[in-house]
Design a protein around this ligand. Structure first.
Ligand code: FAQ
Length: 325
């Protein structure tokens, strides 16, 4: 079904309908699920919302890794709440994608077979407790930078899901920064752990915004349709501008000697991430890709009995309802 949807792109792009649709987008109207939309618009949304949902679900794994090892009861409760929020975000997003005619099962199968992607960032390991700080600070920080503009995206269910998600992401970012503050102001060993986490997560966080604008295949069309509100490089620059002073406040060093305030552009100069590494990671060759998919595959198989039970119950209810009518 996912493959069929991809193939059916441009099957109904009648020029008059397309022009009327674009006029609605340009006027800032929201598009709702039952309204006419070009196949390419629907396909792009399924791809982006589905990828986003998968990122939230797979994104539970690196932090879930530390729930049993959180240093205090309070930290454990906070981390648990954050990871549960991520599951919730995945569910809102799967629901938003379902309004476009694809089921959650189909999306999950596309993830497990490698047809669909999830964010590159979750293919990096979380090696120390300081990584919980770096993930909250940098990964959620990058997610917010990307998602705040998406609250104004043209597809109604996606925009509405983003409003709630962004509120929760702010708490996630704050809790990460709070961990970093404790570590950076702790013992020299703790500060070194915080610096090491920043060193390892800096470039992967910059990669979250996608390839540089010249290599972004979808940006132009997605921005015309207001599925994306900014280019990848614009958001990456905003993220760097926000994060460098936060690192200074922590007394930590961004692992890039090229980071320097540029008065003329009103932003920081910085080095590009290693794009070869990025493309390898999204092709499936990152440090944890196999482990992440294996964990999702196992969860899918372990949950089969429950899904079967729910379906059997729903079928029984339907039969009872038909008999009563
Ligand atoms: N990872 O043409 P573009 C979170 C792919 S936040 C993997 O520029 P596009 C919260 C892209 O799909 C993370 N693949 O693509 C959290 C395309 O390949 P395709 C999720 C990437 O779509 C925090 C190709 O490269 N957020 O989970 C990545 O216009 C902490 C060409 O790229 C979202 O998904 C990447 N980083 O722009 C959870 C936000 N970047 O599909 C737990 C919504 C690019 O043709 C813990 N998504 N690719 O095979 C977006 O805004 C966009 O989809 C971008 C990419 C900006 C990610």
């Amino acid at each position: 079904m996912y493959a069929q949807m991809v193939k059916s792109e441009a099957s109904n792009d009648d020029p008059a309908l397309l022009a009327a649709f674009q006029a609605r987008i340009d006027a800032g109207e929201k598009i709702e699920p039952k309204e006419w939309m070009p196949e390419g618009y629907r396909k792009t949304l399924i791809r982006q919302i589905g990828q986003h949902a998968h990122s939230e679900i797979v994104g539970q794994l690196p932090e879930g890794n530390w729930i049993t090892r959180a240093p205090t009861l309070e930290r454990k409760a906070i981390l648990l709440a954050k990871v549960q929020d991520e599951a919730g975000h995945g569910l809102y997003l799967y629901c938003a994608a379902e309004t476009l005619g694809v089921s959650r099962d189909e999306l999950t199968e596309a993830l497990l077979s490698g047809k669909m992607k999830y964010s590159s960032i979750f293919n990096y390991p979380t090696l120390t407790w300081a990584d919980m700080g770096a993930v909250g600070w940098l990964v959620d920080g990058a997610a917010i930078m990307n998602q705040v503009p998406l609250q104004r995206t043209s597809f109604g269910p996606y925009a509405r899901a983003m409003v709630r998600i962004c509120k929760e992401e702010s708490f996630h970012q704050r809790q990460g920064y709070d961990i970093m503050m404790k570590m950076a102001r702790g013992t020299p060993e703790q500060k070194a752990m915080a610096q090491d986490a920043l060193n390892r997560f800096w470039y992967p966080s910059l990669m979250m915004f996608g390839p540089s604008d010249k290599d972004s295949v979808h940006s132009a069309q997605s921005m015309a349709w207001k599925i994306k509100m900014n280019t990848n490089d614009e958001l990456r620059q905003k993220f760097v501008d926000q994060t460098v002073p936060q690192a200074e406040y922590l007394g930590l060093t961004i692992p890039d000697p090229a980071v320097k305030w540029n008065e003329e552009k009103g932003g920081y100069d910085f080095s590009e991430p290693d794009w070869t590494e990025f493309f390898e990671v999204i092709k499936g060759n990152g440090p944890c890709n196999a482990e992440r998919i294996e964990a999702r595959q196992k969860a899918w198989e372990d949950g089969a009995w429950f899904r079967d039970g729910l379906m059997a119950h729903a079928a029984k209810q339907r039969t009872a309802q038909v008999a009563a009518e």
